[in-house]
Design a protein around this ligand. Structure first.
Ligand code: PLP
Length: 455
């Protein structure tokens, strides 16, 4: 047998026709979302200024299967079904008896899992007659994904990009512009939230929370503009479940069943995408597996955050959700996995952690790049800095299997390629990539400033 990775190709006719909604199988419902002014549970109408009704319905739905519209499936055929690989050379390099599989989402036009939700979000907006969307982006993955989707359906896209990533990753901006979007460094002078942040700190590096404030402010103050979010929300996680559903079919073809599933977590969407269909099986009486979320040690919401009601943005404009949070005023240090620099975690992922249906670990960036380079040399694909966290998590599991002499099956999500992140790899090879620690006193202050919500 060849040493090369084995590819499990799924015929396009077997691409899932439904998204999987884990809300249908939860043993306890999610805590309600609260209005930022009244602190009372919100209803669909409260979200109508920001999102089209079809997406709001998905946000609150408890239907197990939600159909993927035919035009969206047609676009997905540009890159889906995405491949699943067995990482034979990585297994050999590690000398592990474990069988390691990875689902590769870097084959999408933007190079990550994000178009899986950008395309349906743009489509539902276009169906509702929306012509302009605003959004935020960290590393630029989400901004370029929405820019691509906007180009498909004739929607003007404006992207607020976190300043530090805007400066570190000029090619992502070029990609957004190639797809026709306008890209602005955040904090910017275009919104009140941006101007307030710049007044406090002219060299503000920005944060996802702040960029969200800017994008939401523009949508909330303009009737003809809606807002799109690339992670965290229930409907975004829903759209990503096509990843895990495809992986399930592909693992069936491989004749294997995962014991451990690993994903990296920024806001939680690619992790939910690979894990939720499997967790759902377990909740309906199926096999119990270990589900491992890997986050950056410099922005550790799941492992160091508090499970509490908090705002999704820095300017406290969004509704409050119960989630693992470092506090909406927390600004994480400027490490290279820009897509993981968010203060909170998806309410659904947070809820499942509280229900002990998943585990979380945190690693520093140098160890993650080391894992990513080892992966690239074995498998050929250069992972995105975010994906390096999942690679690291999978390697830790594979080495545990080696130490324990167990031939477990490990599945992880390789959520994107790193072709736009080579400056981070250059920094790593030059020895200039260092492990950033967050400021403990800033975290304590941000946590102390969490909104008080009556139980
Ligand atoms: C945006 C992004 C992430 C983080 O977002 P999640 O919602 O946690 O998936 C991770 N990896 C890549 C490649 C990204 O683009």
């Amino acid at each position: 047998m060849s040493d090369n990775r084995t590819q499990y190709l799924l015929d396009a006719s077997r691409m899932p026709k439904h998204w999987y909604n884990i809300a249908a199988d939860l043993p306890q419902a999610l805590p309600p979302v609260l209005h930022p002014g009244t602190m009372q549970p919100i209803g669909p109408a409260d979200l109508a200024p920001l999102f089209p009704m079809a997406l709001i319905e998905q946000e609150v739905s408890t239907e197990r299967e939600i159909p993927i519209p035919e035009p969206v499936r047609e676009v997905f055929k540009l890159w889906r079904p995405a491949p699943l690989f067995r990482a034979r050379r990585l297994e050999q390099a590690l000398g592990t008896p474990a069988r390691i599989y990875y689902k590769y989402e870097g084959v999408s036009p933007a190079g990550s899992h994000k178009p899986n939700t950008a395309v349906p979000q743009a489509w539902y907006n276009a169906q509702a007659g929306v012509k302009k969307l605003t959004t935020e982006t960290g590393a630029g993955q989400w901004g370029s994904s929405l820019a691509f989707a906007g180009a498909l359906f004739g929607i003007d896209v404006t992207v607020f990009q976190v300043r530090v990533s805007y400066d570190q990753k000029p090619y992502r901006r070029a990609l957004m512009e190639t797809y026709g979007a306008r890209c602005i460094a955040s904090p910017s002078n275009e919104t009140q939230a941006g101007r307030a942040a710049l007044a406090l700190r002219p060299d503000h590096p920005g944060s996802l929370g702040l960029a969200i404030s800017e994008a939401v402010e523009v949508a909330a103050t303009h009737d003809d503009v809606k807002y799109a979010l690339g992670s965290v929300l229930n409907h975004v996680l829903l759209h990503q479940t096509i990843i895990g559903q495809e992986a399930m079919l592909q693992l069936e073809m491989a004749g294997d069943d995962p014991d451990v599933i690993v994903g990296c977590t920024g806001g939680g969407s690619n992790f939910a995408g690979i894990a939720f269909p499997f967790i759902g099986q377990q909740l309906r009486g199926g096999k119990k597996r270990r589900i491992v979320a890997v986050e950056p040690a410099a922005c550790p919401s799941l492992t160091r955050g508090k499970y509490a009601y908090d705002f999704g943005d820095t300017a406290k404009m969004t509704p409050l959700t119960k989630m693992h949070t470092l506090g909406s005023s927390f600004t994480p240090p400027s490490f290279h996995a820009g897509g993981l620099r968010y203060h909170g975690m998806a309410p659904l992922v947070s809820h499942l952690k509280e229900l002990k249906l998943l585990e979380a670990v945190a690693y520093h960036q140098v160890a993650c790049f080391e894992a990513g380079v080892m992966f690239a040399r074995a498998e050929g694909i250069v992972p995105a800095p975010e994906a390096n966290h999942a690679v690291k998590g999978a390697i830790v599991e594979a080495l545990r299997c080696k130490a324990e002499g167990r031939s477990e099956v490990i599945l992880f999500n390789l959520c994107g390629h790193g072709h736009f992140d080579m400056s981070a790899y250059s920094a790593y090879f030059a020895g200039k990539l260092t492990d950033q620690s967050y400021d403990e006193s800033e975290l304590a202050m941000a946590l102390a400033g969490l909104p008080s919500v009556a139980a």
